[in-house]
Design a protein around this ligand. Structure first.
Ligand SMILES: C[S@@+](CC[C@H](N)C(=O)[O-])C[C@H]1O[C@@H](n2cnc3c(N)ncnc32)[C@H](O)[C@@H]1O
Length: 83
């Protein structure tokens, strides 16, 4: 049995909508890019990912951690978004 877990079907950029209990986040994990063995045209995007990370940082506890794993083997995987 899994408790203290809530599954949300939605864009990660809206993460703050689900962080309203006021408790700081200690650990968050991003698994970005495409779903291995899935459709490589369905991928995470820079704009929504940056919004999600920004939202999380506003709730991250002191000493908290965010890990980011990215599958880059898709058409936009090596795109440099820096200007
Ligand atoms: C590397 S896979 C990770 C899948 C699964 N979450 C896991 O950790 O095993 C990245 C997934 O992000 C999903 N995705 C794409 N855009 C997204 C978004 N804006 N918000 C949340 N997930 C998104 C894609 O459908 C893709 O399946």
């Amino acid at each position: 049995m899994i408790d203290r877990v809530r599954l949300v079907l939605g864009c990660h950029s809206g993460i703050e909508d689900y962080l309203r209990n006021g408790r700081p986040i200690q650990v968050a994990m991003f698994n970005l890019g495409y779903l291995p063995r899935g459709d490589r045209s369905i991928v995470t995007r820079a704009a929504t990912t940056l919004a999600a990370i920004g939202g999380l940082l506003r709730h991250l506890s002191i000493g908290g951690r965010i890990t980011i794993l990215s599958y880059r083997g898709h058409s936009g995987g090596r795109k440099n978004t820096k200007k």
